[in-house]
Design a protein around this ligand. Structure first.
Ligand SMILES: CC/C=C\C=C\CC(=O)SCCNC(=O)CCNC(=O)[C@H](O)C(C)(C)COP(=O)(O)OP(=O)(O)OC[C@H]1O[C@@H](n2cnc3c(N)ncnc32)[C@H](O)[C@@H]1OP(=O)(O)O
Length: 719
């Protein structure tokens, strides 16, 4: 809806009303059409101001309406009518002007923004382009390079940057509506021809072709198969090379393709899923809306290795006081230097003062006695972690939340080392912890709802996408990674190369294939875990055939590489070779290829041709199958939780929506059929056996993802 009033005698004030972000729903668009008509036909009204209620101009088109029948007046003619008006129209921008909201403002003759406002055309992040004239007006207003930047990245700019770019005409620190009304009075009756952006010639840089080729190349590289950024470049190119009307036609044509694409559906799903995961629930019925978090002002980090350092930085940047504890003097000094460096670089980037004085360093764990929350980040060793938790239990004041950053160890076992297991949760950060957006908040059977609520709220404050998950080996992310990696190893045994597997996964949209990724994170990490699980030698029982462990197929390839000291990038050798230890450029390694040939010969394996489709199906469907098991086990409350963990923590391409969404797109029946096929071919691989939830979903007619929870509930009630 839109409210209309006349203010200061001669200004028609139109207020968009659609909480919480005044999205341009059908009703709002109708409201704008009606109120603009009213203002223009009222002889007492000499100028018009458009604003939004509750301190936000407009969050753009109503994304919730996209899947449904989109009735109501279309945006393009509505904005065109505003631009064509014979009375000046001023946009008063507070809060956000995004997407269709900014396009509406670009149709106005003037734009005044509050200094705290944010503006942008984020459609590309939803798999779309700004199709209400945004791709045609913005380059005409601010030039092609700046418009390309904003439209292809979707980034939001501050009011100050918007002023500098020429997107807005004025910025105010005071009431934006008052400033806009005053301004509207001052321009009443003045000619408007020079204020209609669609009539501007688009500035044409002399090297137009080179500019677009360069941008297209860059966009294709970073898009990882996403189609919207490419369409955005094509639309802006139309603005730069064609008259406005033809440019608008091109914008419409490109949008038509994007609007119905699977990628747009996936990206819009991610938008809502990202918000849905904050509404967490636990199997015991505890929920986000009935569990009150406790405020955390002072926190401690125990252990200042890579993870501890990143967590310290993230906490300090959030404004908390931090006690950083490391018992080894040398390690403490190195950590202090590294943390200060990270804080200084981060502060420089953001133009703020570094939060150095929020951190105090200590070698003595007693220093954590009066904090509200501790995050233990010592070496991934149960014995060591248990000792730390026993110490914390006796040092910390009653009520202190004790969190562990373990990536796979049993949180409940650690909780049992304390007098108050209800105060213990996992806070599983991803490296580098001050950069990566994902946080898995792991509750054990005894974690209190308040402990979960507190960790979730702290994660949110730290700017993380926090997902609450149950306690099991590997939690959600690493548990699903296991079958994925296992398939990749088996594919090597059967004839693939690391290059072939990685290429298939990178073409799918992962930033790195599984082998390049393990070289980056270090092959010794998995080796240590496998040794702990009794899989890798010498933990495995002797006399077992080399490729069978614990009664199931096992590939010792990773262990064999580690035995040779090939730990990945850090040693200059892994699945690939590197110029020197620490170098990042992976090159094919002939040694590795002949090693694989020798391995196959030793085990009587005959290499066969493996194509991309098999790589994707085996790696991804095995991972997805484990995702269904996780849902079945109640470790994740819903598919959105799994998807956001994979998108934000494991590089799953966002335009494919996450593994569970992807399964729905492929078709659950097809995923089931292919898993069955591969399981028949590899009966000694339990991860390929389709799980009962997948069977159940297919038997229930493969319902859409938002209905899966009902099927899971039914399944649980029958168990
Ligand atoms: C024919 C024309 C077809 C297409 C035209 C497309 C052009 C477009 O305009 S596409 C939309 C472009 N706009 C955006 O991408 C903005 C999306 N929103 C945001 O970035 C943020 O929500 C925000 C506006 C910056 C506000 O952020 P914050 O204060 O942190 O609140 P949130 O938790 O993000 O949102 C609150 C609440 O509002 C819902 N919501 C936000 N934007 C929209 C929207 N455009 N449409 C529908 N709903 C929206 C969001 O989902 C939240 O809902 P909850 O139920 O509370 O989770």
């Amino acid at each position: 809806m839109a409210k209309y009033s006349r203010v200061s005698g001669s200004v028609g004030l139109i207020t968009l009303q659609n909480p919480p972000v005044n999205a341009l729903s059908a009703a709002v668009r109708q409201g704008i059409v009606d109120t603009v008509e009213r203002a223009l036909s009222d002889p007492k009204v000499k100028s018009v101001v458009i604003c939004g209620q509750n301190g936000i101009f407009c969050g753009g088109a109503d994304i919730k309406e996209f899947g449904s029948n989109m009735s109501g007046p279309p945006l393009v003619p509505m904005i065109h009518a505003i631009e064509a008006a014979n009375k000046p129209v001023v946009a008063a921008i507070e809060g956000s002007a995004l997407g269709g909201g900014l396009e509406l403002a670009l149709g106005c003759h003037y734009r005044i923004a509050h200094s705290k406002a944010r503006l942008g055309l984020p459609e590309v992040t939803l798999g779309l382009l700004p199709a209400a004239g945004g791709t045609q007006r913005l380059p005409r207003l601010i030039g092609v390079p700046a418009a390309l930047d904003l439209i292809t990245t979707g980034r939001h700019v501050t009011a100050a940057e918007a002023l500098q770019l020429g997107v807005v005409d004025q910025v105010t620190d005071h009431s934006t509506v008052d400033a806009a009304v005053k301004f509207a009075q001052s321009v009443a009756g003045k000619p408007l021809d020079a204020r209609r952006i669609s009539t501007y010639p688009c500035p044409r840089p002399s090297d137009l072709d080179a500019l677009f080729e360069g941008v297209m190349e860059k966009v294709r590289q970073s898009a990882r198969g996403a189609i919207a950024p490419v369409a955005c470049v094509q639309a802006v190119r139309a603005a730069a090379t064609q008259p406005y009307t033809q440019g608008m036609e091109r914008e419409k044509e490109l949008m038509a393709t994007l609007f119905t694409s699977g990628q747009a559906r996936a990206l819009q799903y991610c938008f809502f899923a990202q918000r849905a995961v904050s509404r967490w629930s636990m199997p015991n019925g505890a929920r986000w809306d009935t569990s009150k978090p406790r405020p955390v002002h002072k926190a401690a980090v125990i252990g200042l290795g890579t993870m501890g350092r990143g967590i310290t930085v993230a906490l300090a940047q959030t404004g908390l006081s931090v006690i950083a504890v490391e018992t080894q003097e040398k390690q403490l000094m190195e950590a202090k230097q590294a943390v200060s460096g990270m804080l200084e670089r981060g502060a420089k980037r953001r133009g703020v003062a570094p939060a150095l004085d929020r951190i105090s360093y200590s070698r003595d764990i007693q220093a954590v006695a009066d904090v509200d929350l501790v995050i233990e980040a010592v070496f991934e060793d149960m014995g060591l972690k248990k000792k730390v938790f026993q110490q914390l239990a006796s040092i910390c004041r009653p009520g202190t939340f004790l969190c562990t950053n373990t990536s796979a160890l049993d949180v409940d076992h650690l909780a049992s080392q304390t007098h108050n297991p209800e105060l213990v949760v996992g806070m599983h950060f991803f490296a580098p912890a001050h950069v990566m957006k994902l946080l898995e908040v792991v509750y054990g059977p005894r974690s209190s709802p308040q402990a979960v609520a507190t960790a979730m709220q702290l994660g949110k404050k730290m700017g993380k996408i926090s997902v609450a998950v149950g306690n099991c080996p590997g939690f959600v992310g690493n548990r699903m990674l296991k079958p994925y990696m296992e398939q990749a190893f088996f594919l090597l045994e059967e004839g693939a190369t690391p290059e072939l597997v990685d290429r298939a996964l990178e073409e799918f949209g992962f930033p790195m294939g599984v082998f390049r990724m393990s070289d980056l994170s270090g092959l010794d990490v998995g080796w240590r875990v496998r040794k702990g699980d009794g899989l890798s030698e010498p933990g495995a029982p002797s006399g077992q055939p080399a490729r069978i462990r614990q009664g199931r197929r096992y590939s010792p390839l990773g262990d064999l590489l580690c035995e040779q000291g090939r730990f990945g990038q850090k040693t200059g050798r892994g699945w690939y070779q590197y110029n020197k230890p620490g170098s990042r450029v992976a090159r094919s390694d002939p040694w590795l290829h002949s090693f694989l040939e020798g391995y196959r010969a030793r085990h009587g394996l005959v290499a066969r041709r493996i194509d991309n489709q098999e790589v994707l199906e085996r790696c991804l469907y095995a991972l997805i199958n484990e995702g269904f098991r996780i849902l079945e086990d109640g470790i994740a409350a819903g598919p959105e939780d799994i998807d956001m963990i994979y998108v934000f923590g494991y590089g799953w391409p966002r335009h494919r929506g996450g593994p569970m969404f992807y399964a729905g797109m492929v078709g659950l029946g097809k995923v089931l059929e292919r898993l069955e096929h591969y399981h028949q071919a590899h009966p000694d691989v339990p991860y390929l056996k389709p799980c009962s939830l997948l069977w159940r979903l297919v038997a229930s007619g493969s319902p859409p993802l938002h209905k899966w929870r009902e099927v899971i509930k039914k399944l649980h009630s029958q168990l």
